[in-house]
Design a protein around this ligand. Structure first.
Ligand SMILES: *Cc1c(COP(=O)(O)O)cnc(C)c1O
Ligand code: SF4
Length: 330
């Protein structure tokens, strides 16, 4: 086979694995799991960037990175209480792509696209087509922000906002800079960890040259996701004073041991990232097999408190529809 050349992050996204057979062939996993993976991917397609796949262990169908993205028969089982919109997002849409649940912060769904499809994602059933500020609808969202003086922070979310081009994002951020009551710009993205080339010079510029204080919140669930190329790519962000935080989701069979969670905090800090939230799984239909009981989650957190400095212990939270903030578990 002629090796594909990878130039640039957009090409890497375009070349992501979307075929179960191709991913299994690359990972040297026996074909017996293919039919169930294909069945489960009908509802929510497989999508795995090659760079991320290269950090998976060959021949191991239980690899913790693979399990986050591999469609499995368990997704088709019904679990009581696991529903399409568990966090009540559809009720909180204020304008196209604008979601406000909490005081002072507003979330812009910049796009429905993601660089990877995480099987536990609470947005897997979200109607992005209907509510997405990305399709020339910034004007309405920006107008709403201008008229809401108590908003201090804008969070670009999705989907994954960094799947948009730097030119579009730079334009949006320029407009946000003009809104005088805004103080901070936060980006929620999994992309820099999947495809470190996403940290382009242009990105560093639009994120840091404006008036708003920049925060980048990553989504890393397992220490092995943080390859050396990821750590190296983050250096310019640190040099320009971007606050780097991480949110992880507590997932059965992936990161539900004290050792892995300790290693995750240590690896994050070595890369200049502070652990922020450790989320309890949102009970979204198709993800019940990842669930961890609350008692076990609290026990894990207690183990972390013993073993790590306080600043490396994430806050264990659950998102409850209608609540005024994420809810701490203790
Ligand atoms: C999680 C979330 C936020 C951010 O909450 P923080 O506690 O500030 O991190 C903001 N808006 C919405 C709609 C959210 O779901
Ligand atoms: S929104 Fe985040 S968690 Fe959901 S599929 Fe996209 S990258 Fe994964």
């Amino acid at each position: 086979m002629i090796p594909r050349t990878t130039t640039g992050w957009q090409q890497q996204l375009a070349e992501a694995y979307t075929s179960v057979e191709e991913l299994f062939a690359y990972l040297e996993i026996p074909g017996a799991l293919i039919p169930q993976a294909q069945r489960a991917s009908r509802d929510f397609a497989l999508r795995v960037p090659r760079n991320f796949a290269s950090r998976m262990e060959k021949g191991n169908p239980e690899d913790p990175l693979l399990l986050q993205v591999l469609p499995r028969a368990e997704e088709l089982l019904e679990h009581p209480g696991f529903i399409a919109d568990p966090v009540g997002d559809r009720d909180r849409i204020e304008a196209p792509g604008v979601l406000q649940k909490y005081d002072g912060r507003i979330l812009l769904i910049a796009t429905g696209a993601c660089g990877v499809h995480c099987r536990y994602c609470f947005r897997r059933h979200f109607p992005y087509g209907e509510s997405n500020a990305g399709r020339d609808q910034w004007a309405e969202s920006l107008d709403l922000l201008s008229r809401t003086p108590d908003i201090r922070e804008v969070i670009l979310s999705g989907g994954d906002p960094l799947t948009l081009s730097d030119a579009r994002l730079a334009g949006l951020v320029e407009a946000l800079n003009e809104i005088p009551h805004l103080k901070r710009l936060r980006i929620h993205s999994r992309l820099p960890v999947l495809v470190p080339e996403r940290i382009t010079g242009e990105l560093v510029d639009w994120l840091t040259l404006g008036r708003l204080q920049p925060i980048l919140v990553f989504h890393v669930n397992h220490p092995r996701e943080l390859s050396e190329s990821v750590t190296d790519a983050l250096a310019p962000l640190q040099a320009r004073g971007v606050t780097l935080l991480n949110q992880a989701v507590l997932l059965r069979g992936i990161n539900d041991t004290p050792d892995i969670l300790c290693d995750l905090s240590e690896a994050l800090f070595s890369s200049g990232i502070l652990p922020y939230y450790l989320h309890m799984l949102d009970p979204v239909r198709g993800s019940g097999h990842f669930d961890i009981p609350e008692a076990k989650a609290k026990h894990l957190l207690n183990m972390l408190r013993r073993r790590l400095p306080g600043y490396l212990v994430p806050r264990l939270v659950r998102e409850t529809a209608g609540a005024a903030s994420k809810s701490p578990l203790f």
